[in-house]
Design a protein around this ligand. Sequence first.
Ligand code: WQD
Length: 337
Amino acid sequence: MILVTGGLGFIGAHTVVALLDKNHKVLIVDDLSNSSISVLAGIVSASGKSPVFEQFDLKNKQKTEQLFRDYTIDGIIHFAAYKAVGESTEKPLDYYENNITPLINLLLCAKEQPGHIPFIFSSSCTVYGEANTLPISENEPIKMAMSPYGNTKQIGEEIVRDATNVYANIPSISLRYFNPIGAHSSAKIGELPLGVPQNLVPFITQTAAGIRESLTVFGNDYPTHDGTCIRDYIHVEDLAQAHIAALEFIQQSNQPHFYDVFNLGTGKGQSVLDIIHAFERVSGQSLPYVIGKRRKGDVVAAYAETTKAEKMLDWKATRTIDEALYSAWKWEQQLKR
Ligand code: WQD
């Protein structure tokens, strides 16, 4: 079985559906601290198959050890983590405890397993901070993290790398996501921001749905083509496929002590205003927005150099921005608020 931790989260759920579509057996562990049990029904509806689901906190080492006794786990995709950059600056210790302890518990259990356990770690382009070179390649120097959240990703990658270096049976990959957006084409699963959305696209779709009065664009005086920040927005279904590609790459290469990192993006940069205009195009409605102050911690631009994943994982993003925004809008419209 493939263990997917945080499998009821945004990227986790889409990856579970992609795994089920490829006839993998999936075991989800999620503590529901930042997700909803309703996502499980969405996964079943989107895939027509049922994963096994266990609800507990992976910070509990005894329960994590019991999981490996109860199930035959032959691969791990580890999503479970808190991910709000701003919140992490207010609650750093919660972020270090929640984002690091489960990772260590999982690796301690995995190394004791008889066979090879491919381990995929969910990381983020946030490890690069404000990159010196664009597009950003995996060789870009890792900068001092700009938030405790970003630091948990940097530390997490180092823990996985060091564990893989010593233990031959946990070949691992860290995947550095750029900006995941959109929803499954079935509109049965999508981004479920709890509370006021921090990220751009869910705030846009909630504004278009009349839940938010208007979008605030956080600054238009940046050194970019239209003054707003540039990001690499990648369809969450493309991102899910990348996890399958990474898992299959490790399974096929079967190299003990294997560790590597891959950027997951489209390779194209879009500004905030580009995204607003694209959303207006695909939704057919105008989006009310105002220009506000810059948001602390925002980098000017970040978009991926994508050849390493294309060459080694035989994966590339294929879906367009319009498809991603349309899928996000379809998801928002079917949500019963
Ligand atoms: C994108 C752009 C904002 C909201 C974060 C995390 C990253 C990853 C993805 C977890 C920025 C602007 C946003 C709004 C706006 N998360 N914006 N008005 O900050 O690039 O990345 O989420 O892994 O680690 O850092 O994404 O969607 O928050 O912002 O103008 O109401 O949209 O200023 O330029 P970000 P975002």
